[in-house]
Write a protein that binds this ligand. Structure first.
Ligand SMILES: [Zn+2]
Length: 268
């Protein structure tokens, strides 16, 4: 069922035991991390995104795009009320009225602390969440069922320096096209195949041909509802099976109607 994702300041991303893949733009140890040689080693081993990813302009865009992905992927999995995809609308409005152009800020409320996440810090928290919970490597432009190995980290803005404009544009276009497409698409695992749809609709269509009968001695019985048939069964599935075997004309008529309806929905 739906679950609530809550981040508290106490159990925030920096204090999780497996935060080796946390990295900031400069490759420095995060200030709230317990830095270790292993951490830095893993960080330098992680594949790097194009250096343009470290540009402040790009970070603003990526915060919004990554937040939208959190919202979308959470919704697909029934995760509700994720603080990472919520936006402090009051603050945004206040900034707008002052002509400010700051990005979103996420307020993390702990038991005794309140912390605002924004910019690079917010982006890294969101990207870590997308990777750990949804197997989405934002900069690596991949999505898997289970995150394995190292995800891509942001490139260093200072190594960009405005050079290589065409490769930067190309990289940004590829990234945005992919994730904008993902935001508009159904989860491939949720999308039913035509056959699944026909099967599900057939079961529904067979329902009126199942008679539920309460027997004083044996409890519920299920009778075949085809005209002139008096067969009784212990479960609904057996009636369906019987209908398909013994009343195939009737079932074929129903399925061809369903196929027509599906075709009509899909292609008209
Ligand atoms: Zn029958």
């Amino acid at each position: 069922g739906p679950s609530v994702i809550a981040l508290s300041a106490k159990s925030g991303p920096g204090s999780e035991p497996n935060s080796e893949d946390e990295a900031d733009a400069t490759g420095k140890r995060r200030r709230h991390g317990r830095g270790s040689g292993k951490e830095n080693e893993l960080l330098s081993a992680a594949p790097k995104a194009h250096p343009v990813s470290g540009e402040p302009r790009r970070i603003q865009t990526d915060v919004l795009q990554a937040q939208a992905l959190v919202w979308k992927l959470d919704a697909e999995k029934g995760i509700e009320d994720n603080v990472l995809s919520s936006v402090d609308q009051d603050k945004l409005d206040a900034e707008k009225s002052h002509g400010g152009s700051m990005g979103p800020i996420v307020i993390i409320r702990g038991l005794s602390t309140v912390k605002g996440l924004e910019g690079v810090e917010l982006l890294d928290t969101i990207l870590t969440y997308l990777w750990r919970v949804h197997g989405l490597d934002y900069y690596g432009m991949t999505e898997t069922n289970e995150p394995k190995g190292l995800r891509h980290v942001r490139g260093e803005s200072k190594s960009y320096g405005g050079a290589n404009v065409s490769s930067a544009t190309e990289w940004e276009k590829k990234l945005d096209t992919l994730w904008q497409g993902r935001l508009q698409r159904q989860d491939p695992l949720v999308e039913m195949t035509a056959k699944d749809k026909i099967d599900a609709a057939t079961i529904e269509a067979l329902d009126p041909f199942v008679r539920k009968i309460r027997d004083e001695k044996y409890g519920w019985k299920y009778g075949c509802g085809a005209k002139g048939c008096t067969k009784l069964f212990h479960a609904v599935e057996f009636v369906h099976k019987h209908l398909k075997l013994k009343h195939s004309d009737l079932v074929m008529e129903l399925t061809s109607k369903i196929q027509e309806d599906l075709y009509f929905q899909n292609y008209t």
